[in-house]
Design a protein around this ligand. Structure first.
Ligand SMILES: Cc1cc2nc3c(=O)[nH]c(=O)nc-3n(C[C@H](O)[C@H](O)[C@H](O)COP(=O)(O)O)c2cc1C
Length: 185
């Protein structure tokens, strides 16, 4: 089994990636091979709407997302992590998601092999974990509708500001690890 994480936070030691790594740790304990992509460290552009991917089955842009798309197609599980910035996922994650248009056929069916499990991880300053429920539901809907993945779990680090604040929430940290452990059960 292979599980990859795609992280839209620029803070590698932030609350998003701290939770994401808990999920990966659980998955690794269950025997999975894991890998993390920090979008902020990667060289990629937003979709150029050239529609090359509708006449061909790949994106025309040859940048760091080529590898991510290959790994995404090959992985059994994908963890998508992003903080909330101005009530949305970060620009880094939104740019990535637009590029996932190249993983979709002209009739909007998915080019990604089926059967993959997805986990959503979020972080936000607002203490109410439900404050952005619509954002997580919409993102999960896009992932399942366009990429054909089953969203197994959504984990939200709420009320944190400093990097790693989420470590104080032992219950959530354990839940994230168990999500990884049980991803394929
Ligand atoms: C540019 C920016 C915009 C933000 N906007 C929001 C927001 O709209 N709602 C919110 O609850 N928190 C907001 N925050 C707080 C972050 O979501 C919070 O600090 C989170 O822990 C950051 O994730 P990270 O620790 O993974 O970097 C914002 C932070 C930044 C830097």
């Amino acid at each position: 089994m292979k599980v990859i994480a795609i992280v839209g936070s620029p803070r590698e030691n932030g609350n998003t990636n701290t939770l994401v790594q808990q999920v990966l740790e659980g998955a690794a304990e269950a025997g999975a091979e894991t890998k993390t992509y920090i979008l902020n460290e990667m060289d990629y552009r937003g979709c150029q709407a050239c529609n090359y991917c509708k006449a061909n089955d790949e994106c025309k842009l040859e940048d760091d997302l080529v590898e991510v798309f290959e790994e995404l197609k090959a992985a059994d599980g994908i963890v998508f992590g992003s903080p909330i910035y101005f009530s949305q996922f970060t620009g880094q994650m939104r740019l990535f998601l637009d590029r996932c248009y190249s993983l979709v056929n002209p009739d909007y069916s998915s080019r990604v092999p089926g059967g993959k499990k997805a986990v959503l991880v979020g972080a936000q300053g607002m203490p109410d974990p439900a404050a952005y429920a619509g954002v997580f539901e919409e993102f999960g809907g896009e992932i399942s509708r366009f990429l054909g993945m089953e969203v197994k779990d959504t984990l939200i680090a709420a009320g944190g500001a400093a990097p790693g604040d989420v470590r104080e929430n032992a219950e959530l940290m354990e839940k994230a690890k168990n999500t990884g452990l049980n991803l394929f059960k």
